[in-house]
Design a protein around this ligand. Sequence first.
Ligand code: NAD
Length: 293
Amino acid sequence: MPGVDGRVAIVTGAGRGLGRSHALRLAAGGALVVANDLGVRKEGGGANAAAAQDVVAEIRAAGGVAVPDDHDIASETGAKEAVKSALEAFGRLDIVVNNAGILRDATFHKMTVQQWEAVRQVHLDGTAFVTRAAWPHLREQRYGRVVVTSSGAGLFGNFGQANYAAAKLGVVGLMHTLALEGARHGIRVNAVAPVALTRMTVGLLDDASDLDPAWVSAAVGWLCAEECDLTAEIVRVHGRHFSRVRIVESRGVDFPSPPSDDHLAARWAEIADLSGAQEGQAAVATARHAGSG
Ligand code: NAD
């Protein structure tokens, strides 16, 4: 079973928490890992190269292969440099695990533009920049596995996390589109939505239950394996509980002419009825772009 054996993987935010666990898991499966981490505080800011170096030491001590990288993936230049680290160290890149993250929680009416931008830059821009720097290489070799990290906050909303939720659903939109664009090139793109005990969630989660990041890393490891042909999936891992999240559309209702408020209200139950719901798709088909893809 090839799994991730011999594949080159970059894991962003690999210095601690979920990223560290993903990096250890991939390395244990034989992947050559670039452990990227800027070593920032939970809310961003500060930088410490030891974060990436420590996990690399841990991987090497366990017999694995890894190199550290401490670029800031929230900047396009940093993201390109992180991908360059993989190419320089190992000559190729097969797997991109977009995991780095920060929090700047505030209720929407108190949220500053800086709080909004800092969170968007790491989660959404960072995911796009790293994947974009890797994309030509994945396309050229006609093989790639990309994982983005969403969140229950992004999928369902969470009080005080408008910036984070917007970015975390943003990566799902990115994932859906990249899954379409990557399909013909052997690139599979999926999302995980984790719940795990890390510094990001300590004090917020019930730490009596087993919320070891290793549960989430199992899903990440599988989604990165050669045998796994899934794409455009959202896998939620809450401790030992694994589930699938989909965005679906109800069968809906046709009106003969633009309905009045009363007509809409009267038929809302039918419109909203999710029995027989199916996965939605963009209203404007993109097949016409496939040839130029
Ligand atoms: P964490 O704070 O333990 O680790 C995040 C890591 O990302 C840190 O080591 C940090 O230095 C690094 N990082 C932050 N900004 C960076 C940047 N610009 N460049 C490079 N590295 C950077 O957090 P975690 O809980 O392990 O979270 C990992 C991911 O999972 C995040 O995207 C987070 O939003 C997501 N997530 C976590 C949970 C959870 O329950 N822990 C739930 C939902 C989503």
